[in-house]
Design a protein. Structure first.
Length: 462
């Protein structure tokens, strides 16, 4: 293009005006204004929802005699053609048309002429984008509920296979009491169940249509927002038009549900990283979910788990980002709210990836039941059973039993001078005579409670 072919500029502003809203303006935005104002690179993802909303709005206008049947049919046919072009990958998303709404309307005009402009009767981009976005978040919630269910199914299958696999339970990352691997996985399944219910609650709480609110105060045309709401699968229309166009709590609630689910996955990811380390050796991840080192040939790194753990930062950050955008906005719509979609789209994509990755890791993991069982003895996981036995069999106050048991553990650790000869041993390897030096009334019946499986049976776990 020669210099003479370029649009005339003055102080960085083009002389031609925007065809969609330019009647009020003598010249077009500066190039940088166009760049900062355009959202099509992000909200093109809403094209299906935008066309669905436009079709429902068009049918309502025709039903209410605001739009002729002929014009309504032409618009609906044109929207079908736009849909086909986008699905075929032939649609040009134009930055100069700002957003998905203007891009679709602009192409509709190319296809059917000026009648396309009648579609925007009794509608604003404010209620249009709010409707599109709610439709998208509703679908995203349903997708995540399905993915969470699939992940929980993997956990349940693995738990069933390891219902008798004994391992140490931890508090403060110190060995506490015996548990089973099934208990551990089922705990995360319970967390995911609550996560699923949050997405379901988000859907039901916010399943109301903003369409009909127009810019902020409704419209003088005899529209039927309740009819349009039902057409789009909403429970009804929103009651207050100012709230309808300015509310984004459905998005922040969605982001919180994503962040909370991510936190749950991150906790399990941390345990996988810990369990897979050679000095722990509870699990070996499959090659499909591990990586190697560019310099150390022996390495097998749990990178998938580490990345799930790290991506929780994105989920948490996206929640804070949108809360910060919304925290001081006056009613009703403000352009700040254009920044709502990036966070929501990214959190959805990230959480989908994390759920799929976690399911893949657990499904293909090889758990070492022998090593897990041994670790319960290494950490004196049945010490509480001794205290309970002293209370139950010797009628000893629990605080005294706790003190006596502590001395027994010290003995097993080899920290009690000559009693254990300075050598560490398991609790059930201590001689009865050594135990009776600490508490003379102890009998060999005590050994019956030192088996981790016996401890679990006493709690109804096995």
């Amino acid at each position: 293009m020669s210099m003479s072919d370029q649009p005339e500029k003055e102080s960085g502003v083009r002389k031609d005006s925007n065809s969609m809203w330019g009647g009020r303006f003598e010249s077009a935005p500066a190039d940088l204004m166009t760049e900062i104002n355009a959202s099509i690179g992000v909200d093109c993802r809403l094209w299906r929802q935008d066309i669905a909303g436009s079709k429902a709005h068009c049918r309502m206008l025709a039903r209410q005699k605001i739009l002729s049947a002929e014009d309504g049919a032409a618009i609906l046919a044109g929207l079908d053609r736009v849909t086909a072009e986008i699905e075929a990958g032939h649609f040009e998303f134009r930055t100069d048309l700002e957003d998905i709404h203007m891009n679709i309307e602009g192409r509709l005009k190319d296809l059917i002429g000026d009648v396309a402009g009648k579609l925007h009767t009794a509608r604003s981009r404010n209620d249009q984008v709010a409707t599109d976005f709610r439709l998208w978040v509703r679908e995203a919630c349903q997708t995540l509920v399905t993915k969470i269910s699939a992940c929980r199914t993997v956990f349940a299958t693995c738990a069933q296979a390891h219902k008798d696999t004994v391992m140490p339970g931890y508090t403060h990352l110190q060995v506490a009491q015996p548990v089973t691997l099934a208990m551990h996985l089922e705990a995360y399944a319970e967390m995911l169940s609550r996560d699923s219910s949050r997405f379901e609650d988000c859907t039901s709480r916010h399943n109301f249509s903003p369409l009909g609110a127009c810019a902020l105060s409704g419209t003088g045309f005899p529209t039927d927002p309740e009819w349009t709401a039902r057409e789009l699968g909403f429970s009804g229309a929103m009651r207050n038009s100012m709230d309808a166009v300015s509310a984004r709590d459905f998005a922040t609630e969605f982001l919180f549900a994503c962040a909370q689910c991510g936190v749950h996955l991150s906790r399990l990811a941390e345990e996988i990283v810990y369990w897979s380390s050679p000095h722990v050796g509870f699990v070996r991840l499959s090659d499909s979910w591990s990586t190697g080192s560019s310099i150390m040939p022996q390495k097998k790194n749990p990178d998938a788990a580490e990345l799930v753990r790290a991506k929780t930062g994105r989920l948490n950050g996206n929640l804070v980002q949108l809360l910060t955008v919304m925290k001081a906005l006056p009613l009703a719509y403000n352009k700040d709210m254009q920044e709502d979609k990036t966070a929501v789209f990214e959190s959805f994509d990230t959480l989908c990836l994390c759920l799929d990755a976690m399911a893949g890791m657990i499904e293909s993991a090889a758990f070492d039941s022998v090593r897990m069982y041994q670790a319960t003895a290494d950490g004196y996981a049945t010490a509480t059973e001794i205290a309970d036995w002293l209370v139950r069999e010797l009628d000893m106050p629990f605080r005294e039993a706790h003190h006596v048991t502590g001395r027994i553990v010290r003995l097993a650790e080899g920290n009690a001078g000559g009693e254990a000869g300075g050598r560490k041993c398991a609790l059930d390897a201590l001689h009865l005579a050594a135990l009776q030096e600490i508490e003379p009334r102890i009998t060999d019946d005590l050994y019956s409670v030192l088996d981790p499986k016996a401890a679990l049976r006493s709690r109804g776990v096995l």
